[in-house]
Design a protein around this ligand. Structure first.
Ligand SMILES: [Zn+2]
Ligand SMILES: [Zn+2]
Ligand SMILES: [Zn+2]
Length: 145
């Protein structure tokens, strides 16, 4: 990862964002989060510690944090943004429409597809933004699909 949580303050300053208690709290909550979290969940967790938290500040700060490479977003089943906190490796997601669970897919899983798009169309796939929707094995077994 290019930036550490300690450097965030300086990077936010460079972008003209003041280091406010709300932002400090957001960074703190993010640094304690493993895996994926939605903007709404973040607002909720921040509000639990500071009821004054405003969603617009949270979302604007998230945009900048993504700009500087600290977090990334992907899209869940309903299209809502889910933020990956400190992704260890770039990955896309499989979403099951029945049980609503999600799994990570790595570069190896989609290498054939990615190469074919690149070769045939000159199109570069953004793996971290790739969401594939379908039905998982458990749900297919259970429903005999
Ligand atoms: Zn997106
Ligand atoms: Zn993810
Ligand atoms: Zn399922």
């Amino acid at each position: 990862m290019a930036v550490t949580w300690d450097e965030v303050r300086d990077r936010l300053h460079e972008r003209g964002l003041r280091w406010t208690p709300q932002r400090r709290l957001l960074i703190d909550v993010l640094s304690r989060t493993d895996g994926h979290i939605t903007g709404a969940e973040l607002v909720e967790r921040c509000r639990a510690e500071d009821p004054e938290t405003t969603p617009s500040t949270v979302y604007r700060t998230l945009d900048v944090l993504e700009d500087i490479g600290l977090i990334r977003h992907a899209h869940g089943l309903d299209g809502r943004e889910e933020f990956h906190v400190r992704p260890a490796r770039e990955h896309g997601h499989l979403h099951c429409t029945v049980c609503q669970r999600a799994w990570e897919i790595g570069a190896d899983d989609v290498a054939g597809l990615v190469e074919e798009f690149e070769r045939a169309r000159g199109f570069r796939v953004d793996l971290g933004h790739l969401s594939v929707v379908g039905v998982c094995r458990d749900c297919r077994d259970a429903a005999d699909l």
